[in-house]
Design a protein around this ligand. Structure first.
Ligand code: 2AM
Length: 191
């Protein structure tokens, strides 16, 4: 089974990100709106007997960061602007790196991508000749309270994703608890 760990933004955020895909011209393949996500770790093909270990790694990594807020502001290209293959929205958030690192430490033989972790949400993949897309500025924010383990099945119509497990991020200390306690919140939940 082909597996990856990811954070899925809420639907309204996915909708705004997908709206930017209208600017694509040529052979760019947009990511389907409800599949827009941020990969914390791509495991590739994993034999089924290893699944329990992968789930355990997810549970352990969920301790690496309390809930946090993610921000999405701008776009970029992988591997570079000159020969773009992936068009993405850059994500920031204090928990992304610790979570990706904790997963990598728990599953070093599966998550040893030497390119390093770059928090991003892929918006489109280039399949042939296509012009670059002008930079887009977003003003998006969303709470990250969990990440998921996803099974991806590749089909001629595109991938299908099945969520196998959800790992909630937990507040760990008194300070953290106060931050989200009713009435003491710095971040009113308007969304
Ligand atoms: P991407 O968004 O940068 O393309 C599922 O395929 C997810 O795993 C994608 O979001 C993809 O990241 C990520 N991924 C990382 N390495 C991959 C690889 N070698 N092959 C396919 N997907 C990979």
């Amino acid at each position: 089974m082909r597996l990856f760990f990811a954070v899925f933004p809420p639907r309204p955020v996915q909708r705004e990100l997908a709206a930017a895909q209208a600017a694509l011209r040529g052979n760019w393949k947009p990511v389907r709106e409800d599949q827009i996500h941020l990969t914390l770790g791509f495991l590739g093909e994993v034999p089924e007997p290893e699944l329990a270990r992968v789930r355990a790694a997810g549970r352990a990594a969920a301790q690496a960061a309390p809930p946090f807020r993610a921000r999405v502001r701008g776009t970029g290209f992988f591997p570079n602007e000159g020969r773009p293959r992936v068009w993405f929205a850059r994500a920031e958030g204090e928990g992304f790196e610790p979570l990706a690192l904790a997963l990598r430490e728990a599953l070093p033989e599966r998550l040893d991508d030497e390119r390093g972790f770059k928090a991003h949400l892929t918006l489109a993949r280039r399949k042939g000749p296509a012009p670059r897309v002008a930079p887009v500025v977003f003003d998006l924010e969303f709470p990250v309270e969990a990440f998921v383990l996803v099974e991806s099945r590749l089909t001629p119509k595109g991938p299908t994703y099945t969520i196998l497990d959800t790992f909630s991020l937990k507040e760990r200390d008194e300070r953290g608890k106060q931050r989200t306690a009713k009435g003491a919140g710095e971040h009113p939940q308007a969304d």
